[in-house]
Design a protein around this ligand. Structure first.
Ligand code: NAP
Length: 247
């Protein structure tokens, strides 16, 4: 029996854990790891652990003490630090590692979108042409937009913020994806949104993007960081095939 560590925080990590439990019983068992940033306990097949490892060295210790044979980095495209740690830790602990990475989005022809290099560039773009922004890039990105005075933000967060946000004018809409296209269109219409800001996260096109496209709204996409080196799979099915080859 091989022991897998799935680094999660994504729907793909959950789907992979479920697929391993269903298709590889007796051959592989997975423990899925979550950072523990949101209030909800992970709903995932198999064993779980929650919270940081204490850096790359902590992950090496975990891999060794828990007898992990394989590491699957199924973290979000924008989660850079944990992926760097996984890269280094797998090398040091001498276990194979696979990155389960979402394929980039393809927006429909006729969509009005611009891709910017980073959060600062997104804030600059928004400051130039937007008045009412649906900001969906996540809690940790809000500071980049703090200096913008003449823009109103509808900020989507998973959990309600513990403290007021550092934005001049805003409202918070809480909710956990997935959302429906109808929900997203209604939300944007209700708040007279004129621009959507999103990380270019890859994978299936989320409802917010389709909704903005259908409403003809401009979309500011924040480009993902460069991927860490190593073997990659772009779907749960491909990751499962790779795992079977390691057993
Ligand atoms: P990050 O900057 O790469 O990670 C920061 C620290 O959080 C890591 O050094 C690690 O702490 C801990 N950590 C992150 N993912 C972990 C995991 N799966 N299991 C255990 N510890 C983890 O990550 P982030 O961008 O803050 O994202 C945090 C989590 O949310 C990730 O798991 C990611 O998959 C998920 N997520 C992120 C985004 C996003 O836009 N960034 C979006 C959706 C979901 P130690 O150094 O102590 O080990």
């Amino acid at each position: 029996m091989k022991r897998l560590l799935i680094l999660g925080g994504t729907a793909e990590a959950r789907a992979l854990a479920a697929a391993i439990a269903e298709t590889l019983p007796g051959r592989a068992e997975a423990v899925t790891s979550w950072a523990g940033r949101t209030g909800r306990a992970p709903d995932v097949a198999g064993a779980t652990r929650v919270g940081g490892f204490g850096g790359g060295a902590g992950m090496v210790d975990y891999i060794k003490s828990e007898g992990i044979d394989i590491v699957i980095d199924a973290t979000h495209t924008f989660a850079e630090t944990i992926s760097d740690h996984a890269h280094d830790a797998a090398l040091i602990a001498e276990v194979p590692r696979l990155c389960l990475m979402r394929p980039p989005w393809r927006l429909p022809p006729g969509s009005r979108w611009v891709e910017v290099a980073d959060l600062e560039a997104a804030a600059e773009a928004v400051g130039k042409f937007a008045k009412r922004v649906f900001l969906t890039s996540g809690r940790q990105t809000l500071e980049a937009f703090a200096g913008i005075k003449d823009v109103w933000f509808l900020v989507r967060l998973i959990d309600p913020p513990a403290e007021p946000l550092a934005l001049a004018a805003y409202e918070v809409a809480t909710g956990r994806p997935p959302f429906t296209i109808e929900h997203e269109k209604a939300l944007m219409a209700e708040h007279n949104i004129d621009t959507l800001v999103s990380k270019s996260s890859g994978g299936p096109l989320p409802a917010k993007i389709t909704a903005a496209v259908e409403l003809g709204l401009p979309i500011v996409l924040i480009a993902p960081p460069p991927p860490v080196p190593g073997t990659r799979a772009d779907s749960v099915a491909t990751a499962l095939e790779w795992i079977e080859l390691q057993l």
